[in-house]
Design a protein around this ligand. Structure first.
Ligand SMILES: [Zn+2]
Length: 289
């Protein structure tokens, strides 16, 4: 998920890494190797339950490109660097977690948006974005995929934030057997996400129950406290988060907004490749936040 403030950090040494998932090797020679753009949008809307989720950005097709899609590139954020990399790789569509047109954005097509939009439209690439629907999905979502990566098991359902309309936003469960204390949990996050987390709490503290929500969900730390967990893990941290953690007796780990949200969109891309026999490529544009 994305916090209230979206900042664009520009680096002159953008790191890009790419992973590919090929269509099923067992597919028959006459299997579909392309998909209609509208067919893909309808399928993803159903799969991710888009119409039932209230969000502060449009979920689905945000920018219309060519009508037939053979290659999809996925990424965390629809940044200029991701669009440039997708063009290099010959993508017909880009699918991201963080798209454009957020609720309080300037609606004028100037500056940063103009540069991104012009490049995308000049190459007739479609942009699909799934924000909360991709956080919430019980199998393909960011929380589900982070748990899979970390070896966490989900227990006792999920919290209800926002009167039930956002069920599934905060997950709770058990850490993997090798993550017995806060230090071990932090080191496991560092090695699996490739990024050192910021940790609040005593590293020797035993960890039996955890809660987690990917991205900028530090604002839900009180919900995590009410779930009576030993540690709460999200992506970012704010100044008050430190004091809440210390005073309410919960450990807090900021494991990276980008780092924790790489996995839902990759799982979605693999799902698309498998269903339609099209090519999928995940492109990781480095973001230290
Ligand atoms: Zn996010």
């Amino acid at each position: 998920m994305l916090g209230k403030i979206q900042r664009n950090m520009k680096s002159n040494k953008t790191k890009v890494s790419i992973s590919k998932s090929s269509p099923r090797s067992s597919r028959s020679s006459n299997s579909v190797k392309s998909v209609q753009r509208d067919q893909l949008e309808n399928h993803l809307a159903d799969l991710l339950n888009v119409h039932a989720i209230k969000d502060y950005c449009p979920n689905g097709l945000q920018v219309q490109g060519k009508p037939v899609i053979k290659k999809v590139v996925t990424g965390v954020t629809a940044s200029l660097a991701l669009i440039e990399a997708a063009i290099q790789e010959g993508a017909d569509a880009i699918v991201v977690h963080h798209g454009w047109f957020w609720k309080n954005d300037d609606v004028r097509v100037v500056g940063q948006l103009h540069a991104r939009l012009k490049l995308l439209m000049d190459h007739q690439i479609s942009l699909f974005a799934y924000h909360l629907p991709l956080d919430l999905h019980p199998r393909l979502g960011n929380n589900a995929q982070l748990a899979k990566l970390m070896g966490w098991t989900q227990a006792n359902g999920v919290s209800s934030v926002g009167g039930g309309s956002m069920d599934g936003l905060i997950w709770s469960g058990k850490p993997s057997p090798s993550q017995k204390n806060l230090g071990q949990l932090a080191r496991s996050l560092a090695s699996r996400l490739g990024r050192d987390p910021l940790v609040v709490g005593d590293l020797s503290r035993p960890i039996k129950n955890i809660a987690w929500c990917t991205g900028a969900a530090q604002g839900y730390i009180n919900e995590a406290v009410s779930m009576k967990v030993d540690a709460y893990i999200s992506g970012e941290i704010s100044e008050p988060t430190y004091h809440i953690a210390q005073e309410m007796g919960v450990a807090y780990i900021a494991a990276g907004h980008h780092a924790t949200e790489r996995y839902g969109v990759q799982a979605l891309g693999q799902e698309i490749a498998k269903k339609w026999g099209i090519t999928h490529q995940f492109i990781d544009i480095h973001n230290p936040v």
